[in-house]
Ligand binder design. Structure first.
Ligand code: NAP
Length: 246
């Protein structure tokens, strides 16, 4: 028996980047994984093909986490197919950087809606389900950006700090039901999300990181798996930074 055999994990944004790595690592440990995505069918199909070894253990669902109605429909649908959901990883996220003085209302709203409201929408529906089972693990993929406050990231930093605040509150509300709510705050991880950084910026950022390198997807996934495991039973409302010491 692997560590997550007989457990079902929802990974939002679970078909690309960090989320794909998280989905894959849970599949390797015997879990059934519901990997969600919003638009990129090609990446999702490519992931499904690459993971064909796991057959029906990988389920893909396409919807926008920023829509409460879409999240509700998703939970109604999967509750017909799956008897219990043990783990939710709120990983979906976007960046739309701009200086605060120039940031449009749309840039502010989009980032907050997907990164923060998406975590709220999914967590609310998941805890209703987990409370019935008196067991659950919620892990939000926040970011070190929430604490660093890099120029140009008012929307992103607010959304990422907001996820930490949300989980502090929620962790207290559901602690008695054996549901934990934690965050992983990555630093710079090599994915498409930061592929817009030019070489000079990458060199500059790496100089500021004590470990002098960006992190890997696996280095994030390993910590997510720990927080989602039964062993992490006395950790809740916490944030683990995976940032090379930033
Ligand atoms: P990524 O490669 O750009 O992937 C983002 C994922 O989020 C994709 O699967 C995307 O779906 C999904 N998504 C976007 N909008 C969505 C929506 N409205 N509804 C549902 N899903 C949506 O990003 P990443 O680097 O893996 O980042 C994953 C998480 O880690 C994010 O929360 C990010 O803030 C956080 N993070 C990343 C870094 C980093 O350096 N990479 C550092 C710190 C924190 P589609 O495939 O359909 O587009």
């Amino acid at each position: 028996m692997s560590k997550f055999t007989n457990q079902t994990v929802i990974v939002t944004g679970g078909t690309r980047g960090i989320g794909r790595g998280i989905s894959e690592s849970f599949l390797k440990e015997g879990a059934t994984v519901i990997a969600t995505y919003a638009r990129n069918d090609e990446a999702a199909m490519n992931f499904k093909e690459n993971m064909s070894l796991y057959g029906d253990k990988l389920i893909l669902k396409k919807f926008d986490v920023s829509s409460m109605l879409a999240c509700e429909n998703f939970f109604n649908e999967i509750e017909k197919e799956i008897s219990s959901i043990e783990i939710l990883v709120n990983n979906s996220g976007i960046r739309q950087d701009n200086l605060t003085a120039s940031m449009s209302e749309d840039q502010w709203d989009k980032v907050l809606d997907i990164n923060l409201k998406g975590s709220f929408n999914m967590s609310q529906k998941a805890v209703l389900h987990m409370m019935k089972n008196r067991y659950g693990r919620i892990v939000n993929i926040s970011s070190i950006g929430g604490a660093l406050g890099l120029a140009g990231q008012a929307n992103y930093a607010a959304s990422k700090a907001g996820q930490i605040a949300l989980s502090k509150v929620l962790s207290k509300e559901v602690a008695k039901r054996k549901i934990t709510v934690n965050n992983v705050a990555p630093g710079f991880i090599e994915t498409e999300l930061i592929s817009d950084l030019d070489e000079a910026q990458v060199t500059e950022y790496k100089k500021t990181i004590p470990m002098k390198r960006f992190g890997s997807i696996d280095e994030v996934a390993n910590v997510v798996k720990f927080l989602a495991s039964k062993e992490a039973s006395y950790i809740t409302g916490s944030t683990i930074e995976v940032s090379g010491g930033l």
